[in-house]
Design a protein around this ligand. Structure first.
Ligand code: C6P
Length: 390
């Protein structure tokens, strides 16, 4: 794994990978190359450039499908995880009295759209509790998922706790009552080998920018037979079959869900990012990050006054912690002076912070290009923070 592929990492210790990951030269070059050599609109013209751009865009779709073991037609390009969930909240059939089951460790993106739809339709949102050991209460999950449940939407890996949730088990519970099961895979697809056929989820959503790709492009995976039943999310060019002044008909999935000019350069970048990750191998990435996380946890646990906010096992390389008497914003600011980038605050999970009884945490989140030296830099940075507040 070559840190030199990442120009921005030359002089910094970047540990904010859950927010967004850095981009290798191959991805930056693919975006530049698209604008230099292939720039055109897709699915419209029949000129040479339009064909080249369309081929590139569809190659990105094939790569995204391959990456999660889906069929090509099951991949819809969106702006990212947030847009994918908003799409589902707007389009899944939810009626008065229906129940939507989430968990207490969801990101705002997997809470707010459901709250809104529940408000509009008279549905009820319920939350699977997080236990004291930072894992989901599966007994409570069994109680909460009932015949009234229409949608269960759960984060695969928490962006705050690092907890990897038993999504396959929850999926079985959802399907047993006929509910639709959605996986928020924003933090898992970039780090864990993902196989939607094995998970058997109905929908799975993720963002390109958290896996070395550009911002502004993400994926909504859906089982084809389910996508076919959904109404389009947006209307306009590119998604129609026929239009008259009176009425219009739609194309097939996936283009039915991609109204307007899509993010073609983003798709070119995402394609390069997927090829980059495939070249390293997701198994290799998973194993390497596990080793790095184990090392980081061991080192951090020795620091007096530092409390890890997350489970011991079944977790990813996302480490939240509090430092006694020091606000997470101060921790991040002082670490930044030491050229170490982490995130401090509520991590777009305000309800979880309230539940945990903290105003925020400091979060160090790792990717495959991070090293043990980065962990060591973090540990000595934290000593400096503690010196400042001593
Ligand atoms: N979490 C973080 O620093 P978007 O912004 O649409 O690409 O992803 C939203 C999102 C949804 N679910 C989870 C689990 C996430 O972690 C995120 C993004 C970033 O933790 C930015 S707030």
């Amino acid at each position: 794994m070559n840190k030199d592929d990442f120009p921005i990492l030359k002089d910094i210790t970047y540990l904010d990978n859950s927010a967004t990951t850095q981009k290798p030269r191959q991805v930056i070059a693919a975006i530049a190359d698209f604008y230099e050599a292939s720039n055109s609109n897709v699915h419209r013209g029949v000129n040479r450039l339009a064909e080249k751009a369309t081929m590139l865009y569809e190659k990105a779709r094939e790569a995204a499908a391959r990456f999660i073991n889906a069929e090509t037609a099951e991949i819809i390009f969106t702006k990212g995880t947030t847009e994918s969930i908003n799409f589902l909240a707007a389009r899944l059939p939810i009626e008065k009295g229906d129940e939507i089951v989430l968990s207490e460790m969801e990101h705002h993106s997997n809470i707010v759209p459901w709250q809104q739809v529940a408000k509009e339709k008279g549905a009820v949102v319920k939350y699977i509790p997080v236990k004291e050991n930072f894992i989901l209460d599966m007994d409570k999950a069994r109680e909460l998922i009932t015949e009234k449940t229409k949608v269960v939407s759960i984060v695969h890996m928490s962006n705050v706790l690092g907890t990897i949730n038993p999504v396959k088990d929850i999926c079985r519970m959802a399907h047993a009552v006929g509910a639709v099961f959605i996986v928020d895979a924003a933090q898992s697809v970039p780090h864990l080998k993902t196989d939607i056929k094995d998970l058997d989820c109905d929908y799975l959503v993720f963002s390109g920018h958290k896996m070395c790709g550009p911002t502004g492009i993400g994926v909504l995976y859906g089982k084809k037979e389910l996508l076919e039943k959904l109404e389009p999310y947006q209307y306009g060019g590119g998604m129609i079959d026929e239009v008259s002044y009176e009425r219009s008909t739609w194309t097939e999935v996936p283009s039915k869900f991609e109204a307007g000019t899509p993010n073609i350069a983003g798709a070119a970048g995402l394609l390069a990012a997927i090829e980059y990750l495939e070249e390293i191998g997701m198994d290799t990435i998973q194993e390497y990050e596990h080793g790095l996380m184990t090392y980081a946890l061991q080192k951090l646990e020795t620091i007096k006054g530092l409390k890890i906010i997350g489970p011991q096992d079944n977790r990813g390389a996302v480490i939240s912690f509090t430092l006694e008497g020091i606000h997470p914003h101060d921790v991040s600011e002082i670490l930044d002076r030491e050229n170490i980038m982490v995130r401090g605050g509520h991590h777009c999970a305000m309800p979880l912070m309230k539940k945990l009884g903290v105003s925020g945490t400091t979060r160090a989140s790792f990717y495959f290009y991070n090293t043990k030296e980065d962990v060591d830099a973090l540990v000595s940075g934290i000593s400096k923070v503690q010196e400042v507040f001593a």
